[in-house]
Design a protein. Structure first.
Length: 291
């Protein structure tokens, strides 16, 4: 059975929250603080019960996300670009599937990750953290902050990727299938070993890092070089040919092409959203000024 609450937070606004409770619990309307919610964060009362949806909202979001991937549908994954729970909450109101918290190239610390993951959970969005190392201690530390999955860079070999899967299963022996595991393929050696990567179980997405791949393959980071584009297309085809899910960086200009090439995990940036909106707004203002 699930009770529905409204959670109010000064920085992220009001969100509906469903909390599973045991059958037979008192359904009388009364203020409560559900498990896992900080004291003082709840505004409102139990609004009713519904036993038609098993699991927690976070579990439901993760399972829906994984079903979309398995079905061949595209998912939109947005890098927040800033260490801000409020920005996560704002993105959670938009039609995106997952929030990407970057701890490799971004500045979010462990405590901030916890707050950002909580904001994503309240918005019923999947939270993914890109780690700065594939080592097991880092996987355990960050997955213990309430995130839904990890994006793991710096993997040159299938053996290293297998250790990532093993670390996730160690952290969540009974619930690892409810976590999302994304491995990045971003070096010449990893690309050479791609078939061995694809033979591993427990990996949800094989993410092609185009800029780092372009550096490793001798294109000075220019992933739009025609020869580099052909290599990326070939890698996408190999991933799809193995029945696996492929992902890569996309922009408004190339997203349709990347989908045609087989990318389903569509990674983009919140800063790009802001730039796109700002340019469109400026163009509208300019056009109005000419009339």
């Amino acid at each position: 059975m699930l009770y529905r609450y409204t959670l109010t937070d000064a920085s992220i606004g009001d969100y509906p929250l469903e909390v599973p409770v045991k059958q037979g619990s008192d359904p009388t309307l009364r203020p409560v603080t559900p498990p896992g919610v900080p004291h003082g964060g709840l505004s409102g009362e139990i609004a009713g019960a519904d036993d038609s949806h098993p699991g927690t909202p976070a579990d439901d979001a993760v399972q829906a996300f994984k079903r979309k991937l398995r079905s061949g549908a595209a998912v939109t994954v947005v890098n927040v670009d800033h260490p801000s729970a409020g920005l996560v909450a704002a993105l959670g109101r938009l039609p995106v599937d997952a929030i990407f918290i970057d701890c490799e190239q971004g500045s979010a610390d462990v405590e901030t990750v916890e707050h950002m993951a909580r904001a994503a959970r309240l918005a019923n969005r999947v939270s993914l953290v890109r780690l700065f190392t594939p080592e097991g201690w880092a996987i355990e530390r960050y997955m213990g902050r309430g995130i839904d999955g990890i994006v793991v860079p710096r993997l040159d070999t299938a053996e290293a990727a297998a250790k990532v899967v093993a670390a996730v299963r160690y952290c969540f022996p009974a619930a690892h299938e409810r976590k999302v595991v994304v491995v990045q393929v971003e070096t010449r050696r990893a690309l050479d070993e791609l078939d061995r990567f694809l033979a591993l179980d427990g990996i949800d997405v094989y993410f092609l890092g185009p800029v780092d791949l372009a550096k490793s393959l001798g294109y000075a980071g220019d992933h739009r070089h025609p020869d580099m584009v052909a290599k990326l297309d070939h890698a996408l085809a190999r991933i799809n040919g193995a029945g696996r899910v492929a992902g890569t960086l996309v922009t408004p200009e190339d997203v349709a092409r990347q989908i045609r090439q087989g990318a389903r995990f569509l990674y983009t940036h919140a800063d790009d959203f802001l730039a796109l909106g700002a340019r469109a707004f400026a163009a509208t203002v300019a056009a109005a000024g000419r009339n």
